[in-house]
Design a protein around this ligand. Structure first.
Ligand code: HEC
Length: 101
């Protein structure tokens, strides 16, 4: 059941997330698409809290790999088909800093 919900959300997300590169668009993507599992304020839902304090053990590289490749065997999907490595890195920076410059 959980898996079905996850797949459903994943395809919804796929429809929304095509070309994002402006900071505003990326921030919107994080709160809407990632927020569908992690909560609109990213403090956790189906997925865990991904606010800066919760992710402080990650560096930008590792975190962008988690975003690109997902976490196998869990509902955290790989985003590689939907975004570039540069975008994933910007998202990782945003998640770690809580802002995007
Ligand atoms: C379909 C639901 C879903 C979506 C959409 C989703 N996630 Fe996740 N995410 C999860 C789940 C579930 C986990 C926990 C996996 C586990 O058990 O380790 C997770 C884990 C994570 C983690 C690891 C957290 C930690 O403490 O190690 C990060 C970082 C993360 N997600 C970021 C994102 C980002 C960024 C996006 C949007 C690009 C996103 N997620 C979209 C479900 C989702």
């Amino acid at each position: 059941m959980l898996r079905l919900v996850a797949i459903g959300l994943f395809f919804c997300s796929a429809a929304i997330a095509d070309e994002h590169s402006s900071p505003d668009a990326l921030i919107r993507l994080v709160h809407q698409d990632c927020g569908s599992c992690h909560g609109l304020t990213l403090k956790g839902g189906l997925g865990p809290d991904i606010r800066p304090d919760a992710l402080s053990h990650y560096d930008v590289e590792t975190l962008s790999e988690v975003v690109l490749d997902g976490i196998q065997g869990t509902a955290m999907p790989p985003w590689r088909p939907l975004m570039s490595e540069t975008e994933a890195k910007k998202i990782a920076e945003y998640l770690l800093q809580g802002e995007l410059k």
